[in-house]
Write a protein that binds this ligand. Structure first.
Ligand SMILES: NC(=O)c1ccc[n+]([C@@H]2O[C@H](COP(=O)([O-])OP(=O)(O)OC[C@H]3O[C@@H](n4cnc5c(N)ncnc54)[C@H](OP(=O)(O)O)[C@@H]3O)[C@@H](O)[C@H]2O)c1
Length: 403
C-alpha cells in the first residue's frame, strides 16, 4: 500500500515517534543526530511516567500519536504489552510502524499486518532478525527470482559473544554474560538469549519470509547455552571444534525441518569464524547456491541501522514485509539427524545414552560422549527429560552446510 509520508512532512523531513528509550531507541537517536539526517527527525519519545525529563519526551501514547509531525512510529519497547496495543493504536492513527520486536511479530505479526493494510500504512521489522544485517530484506529480494531451500546461521549476538569470550579468554559463563549486559548486547532479562528462544523467534520469522509458512513454534526443538561450563569449552577446543548457537530451517520433501541448538564447527565452517556479538545469516537456493551475510547482530547502533533502512523503505513507498499468502504447519524433522556431544556427570545413568554412544571420555566427575547420528527431534525430547535430573550439556556436530 502506497504511503504518502513524504508529502506531509514539514521541511521534507519525516517526523518519527519513538517508543522506548533503551539500547535501540538511544541507538536510533544517535544515528539520526550524528548523521544529521535530512530525511527523518525524532519528534517525540515515549517514556515511562516520571522519566520524561526532556521537552521532546511524553508519558502517554495519546500525546505522541496526536502530534501531526509524526508520520512513522518506531517501537523499541520490547515485550508484548503495551507494545502490541501501542502499535495497533499507531496503525489506526494512519502511522506506519517500524519495530525490532521479534517476539511480538512472531505472536501477533498477522494481526498487526492486517491492521496496517486496513489503514493504508506499512509495518516493517527488518531489525527483528540479524541486528544490523539486512537479512530479512535480502530474503525478500532473493525470493523474487528464485526459491529458497534452507536458511540458518548464528542469529543471536549475545550468545555468540558469550561463547566466543569463553573460548578466547577461558572465562566463566557468568563473567561473559555480565560483560554482554554491560555492553548492551544482552537484554535486561537474558533468558531469551541464553535459552535459545530469541534464535527460535528469529528462525521462525525468517521462515515465514523465506517459505511463506509459519511453523508452529512449540514444534521446533530448541535448546540454548545456559548449561555450558568453562571445562566444556576447553574440551570442545581440545577436539578441534568451536561452539556456536545455531538455528536452521530447511524445506524438505515432506514440509519443513528446523531446530535451534549449540553446534560444534571445525575451522572449515564459516560459523567458526564468527566472533564477538556478530551474526552469520545464510540462505541456500534451490540450485544449491549458498550465500551468507555477516555483521553485528546486537547492540543499539547496528540495530538502529536496520531500523533506518526500514524508514527509508517506507519513505520510498515499500510494502510491508510479511508475504501475502501464509500457511501454518508443524515441523517435520524426520529427515534430519546428526551426531551429538553430550556432557553428563558420572553418576547419571541412562541406558539410551549408553546405547547411542560411539566415543566416551571420563574426566573427573564428568563423562563426555559422542553419539552416533540420531534424529534431532527425538534426541532433543530425550535430553529434555535427562535435563530434569541434572544440568547436562549437549551440542550437535555439524556435518553439512545446510544441516
Ligand atoms: N538490544 C539489541 O541488541 C537488540 C537487537 C535487535 C532487536 N532488539 C529488539 O529491540 C527492542 C528493544 O530492545 P532494547 O535492547 O532497546 O531494550 P531496552 O534497552 O530494555 O529498552 C527498552 C526501553 O523501553 C522502555 N519501556 C518499556 N516499557 C515501557 C512502557 N510501558 N512505557 C514507556 N517506556 C517503556 C524502557 O524503559 P525503562 O528503562 O524505564 O524500563 C527502555 O527505555 C526489543 O524488542 C528487542 O528484542 C534489540
Amino acid at each position: 500500500m502506497k504511503t504518502d509520508v513524504s508529502k506531509n512532512s514539514a521541511n521534507n523531513r519525516i517526523g518519527i515517534g519513538l517508543l522506548g528509550y533503551g539500547t535501540v531507541g538511544k541507538g536510533l537517536e544517535s544515528l539520526l543526530t550524528d548523521k544529521a539526517s535530512d530525511a527523518f527527525f525524532i519528534a517525540k519519545i515515549l517514556r515511562r511516567i516520571s522519566k520524561a525529563n526532556r521537552s521532546d519526551m511524553v508519558e502517554s501514547i495519546e500525546d505522541l500519536l496526536s502530534d501531526p509531525k509524526i508520520e512513522i512510529v518506531v517501537e523499541c519497547l520490547g515485550g508484548i504489552e503495551p507494545a502490541r496495543t501501542y502499535i495497533i493504536e499507531a496503525l489506526k492513527a494512519k502511522k506506519s510502524v517500524v519495530t525490532a520486536n521479534k517476539a511480538l511479530i512472531n505472536r501477533f505479526g498477522d494481526e498487526l499486518d492486517t491492521c496496517a493494510k486496513e489503514n493504508g500504512v506499512v509495518l516493517r521489522f527488518s531489525a527483528a532478525v540479524g541486528g544490523g544485517i539486512p537479512y530479512l530484506s535480502t530474503l525478500i529480494e532473493v525470493k523474487k527470482h528464485t526459491q529458497i531451500s534452507a536458511i540458518g546461521g548464528i542469529l543471536n549476538g549475545t550468545s555468540n559473544f558469550i561463547l566466543d569470550k569463553m573460548e578466547r579468554e577461558s572465562c566463566t559463563f557468568e563473567e561473559a554474560l555480565s560483560e554482554a549486559q554491560t555492553l548492551g548486547y544482552a537484554e535486561k532479562d537474558p533468558s531469551a538469549d541464553i535459552l535459545g528462544w530469541d534464535s527460535l523467534n528469529k528462525i521462525r520469522l525468517s521462515g515465514v519470509i523465506a517459505f511463506n509458512t509459519w511453523i508452529n513454534i512449540d514444534s521446533i526443538p530448541c535448546t540454548g547455552i545456559d548449561s555450558i561450563q568453562t571445562k566444556d569449552v576447553e574440551f570442545i577446543q581440545s577436539l578441534g571444534y568451536h561452539i556456536r548457537l545455531f538455528a536452521t530451517m530447511i524445506k524438505t520433501n515432506l514440509g519443513h525441518s528446523a531446530y535451534v541448538e549449540p553446534q560444534l564447527f571445525n575451522s572449515d565452517n564459516a560459523e567458526a569464524t564468527i566472533l564477538s556479538n556478530h551474526n552469520i545469516a545464510w540462505f541456500t537456493d534451490m540450485s544449491g547456491k549458498h550465500q551468507a551475510l555477516i555483521g553485528q547482530g546486537a547492540g543499539g547502533l547496528p540495530t538502529a541501522g536496520n531500523i533506518l533502512r526500514d524508514l527509508y523503505q517506507i519513505k520510498e513507498d515499500a510494502k510491508g514485509m510479511l508475504p501475502e499468502e501464509r500457511s501454518l504447519k508443524n515441523i517435520d524433522n524426520n529427515e534430519l539427524s546428526h551426531a551429538y556431544l553430550v556432557r553428563t556427570s558420572k553418576s547419571l545413568k541412562s541406558g539410551f545414552l549408553e546405547a547411542i554412544t560411539v566415543f566416551k571420555w571420563i574426566q573427573g566427575n564428568r563423562i563426555y560422549r559422542i553419539t552416533k547420528n540420531i534424529q534431532v527431534s527425538r534426541f532433543h525430547n530425550l535430553m529434555h527429560q535427562l535435563k530434569q535430573l541434572e544440568p547436562i550439556f549437549y551440542a550437535g556436530i555439524k556435518k553439512k552446510e545446510n544441516q
